[in-house]
Design a protein around this ligand. Sequence first.
Ligand SMILES: *[C@@H]1O[C@H](CO)[C@@H](O)[C@H](O)[C@H]1NC(C)=O
Ligand SMILES: *[C@@H]1O[C@H](CO)[C@@H](O)[C@H](O)[C@H]1NC(C)=O
Ligand SMILES: *[C@@H]1O[C@H](CO)[C@@H](O)[C@H](O)[C@H]1NC(C)=O
Length: 294
Amino acid sequence: MGSPGKLLFLLLSFAAVHFSSCITNGRDAAALLSLMDQMKNTPPNWSQSNDPCGAPWDGVTCNNNSRVTELKLYSMDVEGTLSSDVGSLTELTTLDLSYNNKLGGPLTPAIGELKKLTDLFLIGCSFSGTIPNELGNLAQLKYLALNSNQFIGGIPSSLGNLFNLVWLDLAENQLTGSLPVSTSTTPGLDQLVKALHFHLNQNHLTGPIPEKLFTSKMALSHILLDSNQLTGNIPASVGLVQNLTILRLDNNALNGSVPSSINNLTYLNVLNLANNMLIGPLPNLTGMNVLNSV
Ligand SMILES: *[C@@H]1O[C@H](CO)[C@@H](O)[C@H](O)[C@H]1NC(C)=O
Ligand SMILES: *[C@@H]1O[C@H](CO)[C@@H](O)[C@H](O)[C@H]1NC(C)=O
Ligand SMILES: *[C@@H]1O[C@H](CO)[C@@H](O)[C@H](O)[C@H]1NC(C)=O
């Protein structure tokens, strides 16, 4: 190549780099516009440019390839529903739409296409219908917080596939059915060994707390199952969860006696078993160094 050719080549490649780092990926831009279409009160500056990454839109973060990586619209009085086109934002790692109490309707199964998602926060909205099984496809997910919505139906057993999950909060919904544990053919919550928090309280869960739900491999610090309609005995296996600090099983219909294995939980500082039909003596709690309330 002669030197004018070289110069042209350099100019062209500069232009290519310049554009690719500035103009939002077309599919992502279209997806955001579609989201905006079904929502009221999106940030005022969402309509001021057609380039959400280049002239940045509030609450939208992009990577160097002008793909959207974070969408954070918490506490903005956003109203409406979440379009299934959110599934096109395949580089998304964080989706936080929390505390928009007029944002809701069914949660689109298209969320299951966001394979890079690590954080999904939809706290305090008005999502209804069932929790999509497709959430179990989000293999990178660490934080799943769907608490304080109006979800009905069961806890999908597919959530047991979320091997990286550290936080599971489904509290304050209207979930029914039993606590899913793994079988030879289906996953279950017992597989979430990295999880620190199981917050499943204030729902309408029924059936027993399966012995299989708890193992010594679990990192759990909080187990909140209070204010459901759980029946049967407290499983002795809860005593295997060595790092447990809070165990709340109050306001259920549990019966039988309290397993003495609870005495092994040396870090426990909140134990609430009130308002059940438990019989017999409380276990010897002297193994617990820091217990505050029983
Ligand atoms: C939108 O607002 C954000 C922060 O307030 C600002 O950084 C950005 O430049 C604004 N975008 C446009 C297109 O005005
Ligand atoms: C993105 O670009 C910035 C500056 O242009 C650079 O510092 C950063 O390392 C790049 N990040 C990635 C993930 O390539
Ligand atoms: C319990 O906590 C300790 C200290 O944080 C940690 O090293 C250990 O791996 C935890 N146990 C389990 C089973 O996760």
